[in-house]
Design a protein around this ligand. Structure first.
Ligand code: HEM
Length: 381
């Protein structure tokens, strides 16, 4: 988990610095409103087309901001040591992403003020233009860490075939596929969670012992006063629970689930996340725990957006194919599944939570280690 520093602020501001904006004297010049407000070229006389253009542009601006924030968070985790003082900035920025995504879900309501009849007035002017070609949306999916194998093919084709080839946008998408995603960076960091070291506190082995003890205790204590069929049922339940826990304690089973895409995190990263979930009250884990919650919020909100978008599209198009060339609603529905959840394992962690009273007790050294975030200054000492 621990240390050194590279301020994401410095990296981002270098990238976005604009000498022209620096010379601006007025509100309009600073925001380059002349460009922004003259970019709504309507292709028809239909009143609602204006809103249709504006809303897509607003989405694209927010996508840009989200990518900006996600890149800054990736910047923090790209360092081989993460200064834990950076966790405040990380959680603040992820909170911002969450707020923006909430807006993006709500904004679907604005499109819904357009009736399907009003949409038909100008839909044929769109040609093959579709949100499908939103390269920023693809970059966002890739930077978060959506596995390429999990993407739904449309007409057996790769999602990139609808993007204009040979353009900067295409190269940005291709680059985002090869960059280390937030999910991968997070896993590297989780693998360094204090407490999971085999030659240290060895949380995983202690946790496994505790679970075995707990299940055996539950099984034994429930035996009294049961007839044979109830006992058989209890045994089946006990075995099922053992199998469930075996899927995390047996590394080969974990690997098998990973190869099928049912689990995403490395075995060690999974242990780190579990440790943070259990001991979130320890000061050093407060912010990491919040961060994991925010990552789940992001996944849930992207999923909520997909669902709200598909409901709106169904109302607007019925079963017509999309302008981007997909089957339309059926294609969109197929993306509202766990395959599109990036931080799936964080959701599934709850399967393995046990009562606090059953948890391995932290020893003194561990409590001391988790009592405050470590910083680069301490490492340098
Ligand atoms: C009347 C409004 C809208 C309709 C009827 C509509 C329809 C569709 C359809 C049918 C698709 C499937 C691809 C295809 O075109 O074949 C699609 C995909 C998409 N649309 Fe929309 N859309 C609307 C508004 C929006 C807005 C405002 C956004 C905001 C950026 C948006 C973003 C997207 C994205 C990102 C995809 C790709 C989703 C994926 O592949 O997972 N759409 N849309």
């Amino acid at each position: 988990m621990s240390c050194p520093v590279a301020s994401p602020d410095t990296k981002q501001s270098d990238k976005s610095y604009n000498a022209a904006a620096n010379k601006a004297k007025t509100y309009g010049e600073y925001l380059q409103l002349d460009k922004l407000l003259s970019s709504q070229g309507m292709k028809s006389k239909a009143h609602d087309e204006h809103m249709f253009i504006i809303i897509h542009q607003v989405y694209e601006l927010w996508f840009k901001q989200i990518i900006f924030e996600i890149d800054s968070v990736r910047g923090v985790f790209e360092e081989s040591f993460v200064d834990e003082r950076e966790m405040f900035v990380v959680t603040s920025r992820l909170k911002r992403v969450v707020q923006i995504l909430k807006l993006l879900v709500d904004q679907i309501g604005v499109i819904e003020t357009m009736s399907p009849m009003d949409f038909v007035e100008f839909r044929n002017m769109l040609g093959s233009a579709s949100g499908f070609q939103s390269y920023q949306f693809r970059v966002l999916e890739n930077k978060l860490g959506l596995p390429q194998a999990n993407r739904q093919k449309y007409s057996q084709k790769d999602y990139k075939t609808v993007l204009e080839s040979e353009t900067d946008n295409m190269s940005t998408v291709v680059k985002s596929e090869t960059e280390t995603s937030l999910s991968e960076l997070l896993q590297r960091w989780l693998e360094r969670t204090p407490g999971i070291e085999k030659d240290g506190f060895n949380f995983w082995s202690k946790f496994s012992d505790k679970v075995n003890e707990m299940l055996q205790k539950q099984y034994n204590s429930n035996q009294d006063d049961l007839d044979q069929s109830a006992k058989d049922n209890l045994k089946i339940q006990y075995q099922k629970q053992r199998e469930t826990f075996d899927s995390i304690f047996n590394e080969d089973k974990h690997k098998e689930l990973r190869s099928k895409g049912d689990r995403r995190f490395t075995h060690k990263a999974f242990q780190g996340a579990m440790m943070i979930f259990f001991y979130r009250d320890e000061p050093r884990f407060n912010l990491p725990y919040q961060m994991l919650q925010l990552l789940m919020d992001i996944d849930a909100l992207v999923m909520k957006w997909r669902y709200t978008h598909v409901l709106m599209v169904h109302r607007m198009l019925g079963s017509k194919p999309g302008t981007g060339g997909s089957s339309g609603v059926d294609y969109l529905k197929s993306t509202v599944t766990d395959r599109y959840k990036v931080f799936l394992d964080l959701f599934n962690l709850s399967t393995f939570l046990i009562p606090r009273s059953e948890l391995p007790v932290l020893d003194l050294q561990m409590m001391k280690q988790l009592s405050k975030p470590s910083s680069s200054a301490e490492i340098a000492e």
